[in-house]
Design a protein around this ligand. Structure first.
Ligand code: NAP
Length: 248
């Protein structure tokens, strides 16, 4: 299925984990994928190679999503190079854990700036070219933690809950130009972000997941690609859970 043929997609945090899986899936379905990364050039280059080796089109760009000027520039450059931008996936994120009483202001700020402000800045920047095109799809990668909370993750939860509010507000604001805005809320997915959990923590988590297993990045990518595709043409402002039933 090449349903993204002639479409251009920007996937933030596309170098690793869920973002890599999203980049691979969109490219497999015909999109030209611009994947962004923060600093891990080797991982970004590997993702591009995986795509091009399979016959797809991709390039990697490095910028910090927490820097609004860099976000504006990145969108300008994509539109200049490819003439359009059809899909934005706000996936880049950090998880800084810590108990509330000891949580530092700078960790709060970094979390909000990366996970929430970054998505806001890129969405604002992409709104103009998408409005001109009279169409586009934006998918925000939120988290189950933004829906149900989690002790020790107050900043992360706030940033991810904020993304859901952003999704719904922008979905309403841009709907008249046929720009759809949706979110996914993954549960517990195997990536570098969850690699540091102890076997005991993982075991405990499993008891709370009705499907009795940890999810994989490809399962999130399939949901993101669906929301970004024309198959979801009447879906906007939606929050799609990809969590094995952990939160219903
Ligand atoms: P990951 O493996 O840690 O990868 C994070 C990605 O984000 C990398 O590509 C990284 O780039 C990029 N990134 C981080 N900070 C950035 C910044 N300031 N500017 C630009 N790019 C930045 O994470 P993941 O597990 O795939 O998670 C992807 C998204 O899914 C995140 O938003 C996360 O919150 C969300 N999520 C994950 C899970 C899970 O269980 N894994 C569950 C729910 C939601 P570099 O490679 O250059 O460092």
């Amino acid at each position: 299925m090449k349903d993204f043929e002639n479409k251009v997609a920007l996937v933030t945090g596309g170098s690793r984990g869920i973002g890599r899986a999203i980049s691979l899936e969109l490219a497999r379905r015909g999109a030209t994928v611009v994947l962004s990364y923060a600093g891990n050039e080797a991982a970004a280059t590997e993702t591009v190679k995986l795509i091009t080796d399979a016959g797809g089109k991709a390039k990697a760009v490095r910028f910090d999503v927490a820097d609004s000027a860099a976000c504006n520039q990145a969108i300008d450059e994509v539109v200049k190079e490819f003439g359009r931008l059809d899909v934005l996936v706000n996936n880049a994120g950090v998880a800084i854990d810590g108990l509330l009483m000891r949580f530092k202001d700078e960790d709060w700020q970094k979390t909000i700036d990366t996970n929430l402000k970054g998505a806001f800045a890129l969405t604002r920047a992409v709104s103009r070219p998408m409005m001109k095109q009279r169409g586009g799809a934006i998918v925000n990668v939120s988290s189950i933690v933004g829906e149900m909370g989690n002790g020790g993750q107050s900043a992360y939860a706030a940033s991810k809950a904020g993304l859901i509010g952003l999704t719904k507000a922008v979905a309403r604001e841009l709907s008249s130009r046929s720009i759809r805005v949706n979110a996914v809320t993954p549960g517990f997915i195997t990536t570098d972000m969850t690699a540091s959990l102890t076997p005991e923590q993982k075991e405990k988590m499993l008891t709370a997941i009705p499907l009795s297993r940890i999810g994989n990045a490809e399962e999130v990518a399939a949901a993101v690609a669906f929301l970004a595709s024309d198959s979801a043409s009447y879906i906007t402002g939606e929050v799609l859970k990809v969590n094995g039933g952990m939160y219903m």
